[in-house]
Design a binder for this molecule. Structure first.
Ligand SMILES: CC(C)(COP(=O)(O)OP(=O)(O)OC[C@H]1O[C@@H](n2cnc3c(N)ncnc32)[C@H](O)[C@@H]1OP(=O)(O)O)[C@@H](O)C(=O)NCCC(=O)NCCS
Length: 132
Protein backbone atom coordinates (compact mmCIF):
# COMPACT_ATOMS: atom_id res chain seq x y z
CA UNK A 1 0.00 0.00 0.00
CA UNK A 2 1.46 3.34 -0.98
CA UNK A 3 2.20 5.89 1.76
CA UNK A 4 -0.09 8.88 1.66
CA UNK A 5 1.60 12.26 1.97
CA UNK A 6 -0.59 15.33 2.14
CA UNK A 7 1.53 18.16 0.85
CA UNK A 8 1.28 21.56 -0.73
CA UNK A 9 3.38 21.00 -3.81
CA UNK A 10 3.34 24.56 -5.17
CA UNK A 11 6.94 25.68 -5.37
CA UNK A 12 8.80 28.82 -6.32
CA UNK A 13 10.97 28.96 -9.43
CA UNK A 14 13.96 29.88 -7.24
CA UNK A 15 16.56 27.13 -6.98
CA UNK A 16 16.88 25.72 -3.43
CA UNK A 17 19.89 23.82 -2.13
CA UNK A 18 17.45 21.14 -0.94
CA UNK A 19 13.68 20.66 -0.76
CA UNK A 20 11.96 18.22 1.63
CA UNK A 21 8.52 17.23 2.89
CA UNK A 22 8.33 16.46 6.61
CA UNK A 23 6.39 13.56 8.11
CA UNK A 24 4.58 12.76 11.38
CA UNK A 25 7.79 11.11 12.73
CA UNK A 26 9.42 14.58 12.65
CA UNK A 27 6.96 16.20 15.08
CA UNK A 28 7.33 17.44 18.65
CA UNK A 29 4.82 17.05 21.49
CA UNK A 30 2.74 19.91 20.07
CA UNK A 31 2.29 18.16 16.73
CA UNK A 32 4.39 20.67 14.80
CA UNK A 33 7.83 19.92 13.41
CA UNK A 34 10.69 19.50 15.93
CA UNK A 35 13.27 22.28 15.55
CA UNK A 36 16.19 19.84 15.61
CA UNK A 37 14.93 18.27 12.39
CA UNK A 38 15.01 21.67 10.68
CA UNK A 39 18.55 22.28 12.02
CA UNK A 40 19.70 19.00 10.51
CA UNK A 41 18.36 19.98 7.08
CA UNK A 42 19.89 23.47 7.43
CA UNK A 43 23.28 21.81 7.99
CA UNK A 44 22.70 19.64 4.91
CA UNK A 45 21.66 22.61 2.76
CA UNK A 46 24.77 24.53 3.89
CA UNK A 47 26.93 21.50 3.02
CA UNK A 48 25.40 21.44 -0.49
CA UNK A 49 26.22 25.14 -0.91
CA UNK A 50 29.78 24.69 0.41
CA UNK A 51 30.17 21.81 -2.06
CA UNK A 52 29.38 24.26 -4.88
CA UNK A 53 32.27 26.47 -3.70
CA UNK A 54 34.96 23.86 -3.03
CA UNK A 55 35.69 20.15 -3.43
CA UNK A 56 37.60 20.07 -0.15
CA UNK A 57 36.59 18.23 2.99
CA UNK A 58 34.70 20.69 5.18
CA UNK A 59 33.10 20.48 8.63
CA UNK A 60 30.40 22.48 10.38
CA UNK A 61 32.04 25.02 12.70
CA UNK A 62 29.19 27.28 13.81
CA UNK A 63 25.46 27.84 13.65
CA UNK A 64 24.57 31.47 14.30
CA UNK A 65 21.36 33.46 14.42
CA UNK A 66 19.01 30.52 14.01
CA UNK A 67 15.55 32.05 14.10
CA UNK A 68 12.42 29.94 13.99
CA UNK A 69 9.93 32.51 12.70
CA UNK A 70 6.84 30.35 12.20
CA UNK A 71 5.82 26.76 12.97
CA UNK A 72 6.35 24.09 10.34
CA UNK A 73 3.54 21.59 9.83
CA UNK A 74 3.41 17.96 8.72
CA UNK A 75 3.16 17.87 4.92
CA UNK A 76 4.78 21.28 4.42
CA UNK A 77 7.15 21.32 1.48
CA UNK A 78 10.25 23.09 2.79
CA UNK A 79 12.69 24.84 0.48
CA UNK A 80 16.15 25.59 1.86
CA UNK A 81 17.68 28.52 -0.05
CA UNK A 82 21.43 28.96 0.44
CA UNK A 83 23.59 32.01 -0.23
CA UNK A 84 27.33 32.16 0.33
CA UNK A 85 27.90 35.33 2.35
CA UNK A 86 31.58 35.11 3.31
CA UNK A 87 34.69 33.21 2.25
CA UNK A 88 37.60 33.56 4.66
CA UNK A 89 41.01 31.91 4.80
CA UNK A 90 39.66 28.50 5.81
CA UNK A 91 35.97 29.22 6.38
CA UNK A 92 32.87 29.53 4.23
CA UNK A 93 29.73 31.11 5.68
CA UNK A 94 26.31 30.43 4.23
CA UNK A 95 22.96 32.11 4.88
CA UNK A 96 20.04 29.67 4.83
CA UNK A 97 16.45 30.80 4.34
CA UNK A 98 13.79 28.14 4.85
CA UNK A 99 10.46 28.78 3.15
CA UNK A 100 7.10 27.03 2.76
CA UNK A 101 4.27 27.76 0.38
CA UNK A 102 1.00 28.60 2.11
CA UNK A 103 -2.07 29.94 0.30
CA UNK A 104 0.06 30.34 -2.81
CA UNK A 105 2.61 32.53 -1.04
CA UNK A 106 6.12 31.52 -0.05
CA UNK A 107 6.72 32.48 3.58
CA UNK A 108 9.95 32.30 5.54
CA UNK A 109 9.73 29.93 8.53
CA UNK A 110 13.38 29.77 9.60
CA UNK A 111 16.67 31.47 8.88
CA UNK A 112 20.22 30.69 9.98
CA UNK A 113 23.85 31.45 9.32
CA UNK A 114 26.18 28.45 9.10
CA UNK A 115 29.98 28.47 8.94
CA UNK A 116 31.96 25.54 7.53
CA UNK A 117 35.74 25.18 7.83
CA UNK A 118 37.85 23.37 5.23
CA UNK A 119 40.04 20.75 6.89
CA UNK A 120 42.79 18.33 5.91
CA UNK A 121 42.82 14.59 6.61
CA UNK A 122 43.96 15.29 10.17
CA UNK A 123 40.91 17.52 10.68
CA UNK A 124 42.99 20.71 10.83
CA UNK A 125 41.94 23.94 9.07
CA UNK A 126 43.37 24.52 5.58
CA UNK A 127 43.00 27.41 3.14
CA UNK A 128 39.86 27.40 1.01
CA UNK A 129 40.51 26.38 -2.60
CA UNK A 130 37.60 27.59 -4.69
CA UNK A 131 36.31 25.57 -7.64
CA UNK A 132 36.92 27.23 -11.01
C1 LIG B 1 36.77 23.03 12.53
C2 LIG B 1 37.98 23.02 13.45
C3 LIG B 1 39.07 22.14 12.86
C4 LIG B 1 38.46 24.48 13.50
O1 LIG B 1 39.45 24.56 14.45
P1 LIG B 1 39.83 26.02 15.09
O2 LIG B 1 40.89 25.77 16.08
O3 LIG B 1 38.59 26.73 15.50
O4 LIG B 1 40.43 26.76 13.84
P2 LIG B 1 40.74 28.29 13.72
O5 LIG B 1 40.74 28.99 15.02
O6 LIG B 1 41.96 28.34 12.85
O7 LIG B 1 39.50 28.84 12.89
C5 LIG B 1 39.22 28.32 11.62
C6 LIG B 1 38.19 29.21 10.95
O8 LIG B 1 36.99 29.11 11.67
C7 LIG B 1 36.51 30.42 11.99
N1 LIG B 1 35.81 30.36 13.25
C8 LIG B 1 36.33 30.00 14.45
N2 LIG B 1 35.38 30.09 15.39
C9 LIG B 1 34.26 30.50 14.77
C10 LIG B 1 32.94 30.79 15.20
N3 LIG B 1 32.58 30.65 16.48
N4 LIG B 1 32.04 31.19 14.29
C11 LIG B 1 32.39 31.33 13.00
N5 LIG B 1 33.62 31.07 12.51
C12 LIG B 1 34.54 30.67 13.41
C13 LIG B 1 37.75 31.27 12.10
O9 LIG B 1 37.43 32.63 11.92
C14 LIG B 1 38.56 30.70 10.96
O10 LIG B 1 38.10 31.25 9.72
P3 LIG B 1 39.14 31.86 8.63
O11 LIG B 1 40.27 30.86 8.49
O12 LIG B 1 38.32 31.92 7.38
O13 LIG B 1 39.57 33.16 9.13
C15 LIG B 1 37.63 22.48 14.89
O14 LIG B 1 36.95 23.48 15.63
C16 LIG B 1 36.77 21.25 14.83
O15 LIG B 1 37.25 20.17 14.46
N6 LIG B 1 35.48 21.37 15.18
C17 LIG B 1 34.56 20.24 15.08
C18 LIG B 1 33.94 20.19 13.67
C19 LIG B 1 32.91 19.10 13.55
O16 LIG B 1 33.18 17.93 13.84
N7 LIG B 1 31.71 19.47 13.08
C20 LIG B 1 30.62 18.54 12.94
C21 LIG B 1 29.61 18.72 14.03
S1 LIG B 1 30.00 17.76 15.45
Amino acid sequence: MANEIKSNTSVSSKDPAIRVTLLPKDTNANGTIFGGIILSYIDLAAAVQVGKCTSQRAVTKAFKEVIFKAPVKVGDLLSFYATTTYIGKSSITVQIDVEVVRDGKEIQVTEAEVTYVCVNEQGLPVAVKLKN
